[in-house]
Design a binder for this molecule. Structure first.
Ligand code: HEC
Length: 129
């Protein structure tokens, strides 16, 4: 009886440790992806400054916003009329190839071709929300 309790406790401990390790490494993976995204965002930051005085609009809080909706930025008609709402899917498509998603956008950036790079930028953009 006593031995059985010990055995069960040990099994519980093993599971707890396994779950903790998994959670910790997931958190680490997300954190490091966002920091890789921050590095990749340097290219974007050439135009998109958080101060709102760049060539491109400030991207703070971009998730859930309608495209072209900041009052302090002169957007192209193409982007304003796109009807896009920014979420994972629309941002992923736009960052991969802006002109393919919004023909005539004044964002003269060719896009990040690597899906992994785009995901890292999205992880970083989420932190700006
Ligand atoms: C060469 C300058 C430039 C670069 C580099 C650039 N952008 Fe842009 N971006 C713009 C401009 C200009 C607009 C406004 C486009 C329009 O009005 O058609 C814009 C618009 C956007 C929008 C829509 C914003 C809104 O309020 O609807 C998003 C999202 C965006 N850019 C993300 C990015 C990301 C992420 C990167 C880097 C991977 C990037 N941009 C790189 C110039 C740039």
């Amino acid at each position: 009886m006593h031995i059985n309790v010990m055995k069960n406790n040990r099994r519980l401990l093993t599971w707890t440790m396994l779950i903790c390790t998994t959670l910790a490494s997931t958190a680490f993976a997300e954190g490091s992806q966002a920091s890789r995204g921050e590095m990749l965002f340097q290219t974007c930051a050439a135009c998109h400054s958080a101060l709102g005085d760049g060539i491109g609009p400030d991207l703070t809080g971009i998730y859930g916003k309608k495209a072209g909706s900041r009052a302090d930025f002169m957007y192209s008609e193409a982007l304003k009329r796109s009807g896009i709402v920014w979420d994972d899917a629309t941002l992923r498509a736009f960052i991969s190839d802006p002109q393919a998603v919004v023909k005539g956008t004044t964002m003269t950036f060719p896009g990040y071709p690597s899906p992994a790079d785009v995901d890292a930028v999205l992880a970083y953009l989420k932190q700006l929300n």
